[in-house]
Design a protein around this ligand. Structure first.
Ligand SMILES: Nc1nc2c(ncn2[C@@H]2O[C@H](COP(=O)(O)OP(=O)(O)OP(=O)(O)O)[C@@H](O)[C@H]2O)c(=O)[nH]1
Ligand SMILES: [Mg+2]
Length: 188
């Protein structure tokens, strides 16, 4: 999860492909889940326009996973301060926030280029520290950021593991996978 436009959807889809997954599940509402290819999802759901889609997106990973566990990865809608005028956006935000309390791990995605940390990110990370699921901060878009900017973010969230990566170049995906799998081993 994370604020709009930080690259959550592209990260989910490219990481799914990296794990060998070729299909994802798109849920428009409770009764309508469709299967689509990772490529189709990338062209339809990744956008420079923030909050362009509010659909749920789920990746199910099968295969060689630690302790024979199943792995389900889900996308979140962009979170922001204030009350959005559209009911659909408010519902999607509430659903995303609800997952904070049930997920076994949260990946909190930020844009490495941020000059300062947004209040929404501060609030999410503070809440994350109190929840049972493990919290991982991902500093995305590293291909566009200076090393100093990435270091700044790591310094700011010194109490959390911070992975600097790029959803576009896939730099850092190996470390993301290792982190996830080690967490699955710990969960048993
Ligand atoms: N250069 C670069 N661009 C990226 C990266 N990750 C995402 N983008 C671009 O950033 C834009 C937003 O990506 P999305 O994946 O749609 O972002 P999101 O966080 O899902 O946005 P919302 O769903 O609106 O909250 C798109 O134009 C992506 O191509 C990255 O690591 N590097
Ligand atoms: Mg998205």
């Amino acid at each position: 999860m994370g604020r709009p436009n930080v690259g959550k959807t592209l990260l989910l889809l490219n990481f799914a492909a990296y794990l060998g997954v070729s299909e994802v599940y798109r849920r428009r509402d409770l009764h309508d889940e469709t299967v689509m290819s990772v490529d189709a999802a990338r062209s339809e759901l990744v956008s420079r326009v923030a909050l362009k889609h509010l659909d749920g997106l789920t990746v199910r990973v099968n295969g060689k996973l630690p302790r024979g566990r199943a792995l389900t990865l889900t996308d979140g809608v962009g979170l922001f301060e204030g009350v959005h005028p559209e009911v659909k956006v408010r519902h999607a935000m509430a659903e995303t926030l609800e997952r904070l309390f049930v997920a076994e791990m949260i990946v909190h995605v930020m844009d490495s280029r941020m000059a300062s940390v947004a209040p929404m990110d501060e609030q999410l990370a503070a809440l994350g520290g109190t929840l049972p699921g493990a919290w991982l901060v991902v500093a995305n878009k590293a291909d566009l950021a200076s090393d100093a900017a990435s270091r700044n973010l790591r310094g700011h969230f010194a109490n959390y593991p911070v992975l600097t990566l790029s959803a576009v170049t896939r730099r850092g995906f190996r470390r993301l996978k290792d982190h996830l799998f080690e967490h699955m081993e710990r969960l048993g």
